[in-house]
Design a protein around this ligand. Sequence first.
Ligand code: ZN
Length: 303
Amino acid sequence: MLTNCRRGAFSVLSILALSNVLNAQPASELAAASPDKLSVHWEELTASDFREGIRRSQGTCLLPFGILEKHGPHLPLGTDLLDVRYAALHAAEEEYAVVFPEYYFGQIAEARHEPGTMSYSRNLQLALLQETTDEMARNGCKKVLIVNGHGGNEHLLPYFAQSQLDKPHDYVVYVFDERTPQHGGPAKKTTIDMHAGESETSKMMISRPDLVHPDRATNESGADQARQKLPEDVYTGIWWYTRFPFHYSGDGSAATKELCEYQMKWWIDSVVTAIRAVKADDVSLKLQNEFYEKSTHPLDTQP
Ligand SMILES: [Zn+2]
């Protein structure tokens, strides 16, 4: 039975509201102390507040990465975008970082047969992402943490990060690509849960419960059709369609309030941990620069 998790959302929000009350200052002090209230949203900052945001974040900026694609019969096309922004924005409120605006220009060729899919060409995906991180870095984001919200990007993003080694960059690209805990929390009811199923429906019940249509979750089948007979270690691009032709994998009707609260809290906490680790990382840029320098004269590199 799919139950609404709105109360869970309120419980997260009420903690935030409570901390705001605890941090409240008299109105007369607010103007002078306005930097204390810096938004984490890149697009909401003034130019001078942006400068302060970069200082406060120690040059750490988040790029939450969503997509526009069908999410079963019951979730909105922007599910990944809405969810990843919810997790990233709440994490940045807890551990300050500047969060880049809506970004959804990733790999989703496998859903081109479904309505509402925005599937950009591979060259544009890489070029736009490179120019975006280059421009972020030119504005002081020397640590760009891509928070991935879309499973179809799982190969694109490590490839993008690896390709940063092809020529010098004065910043580091980090990728955080976990959305669902592997262990712990309420027991799940379903075994197949890859797209718009129990977990993803649960998270949407926190981020935008008004956009979940529980009554439609069983209108289509999210069962594995297992139509391709190949060994597991042989990969094809059509694998997803052979198993889940309706772009639905799992059963969204299995989502519960307990699961949605647990999973979204886990995701936010995990992004907070990643932001802190990235801020503390003083090795990657240094060794990246050493690597770039050595790569200009490889014959001199000694073991
Ligand atoms: Zn999704």
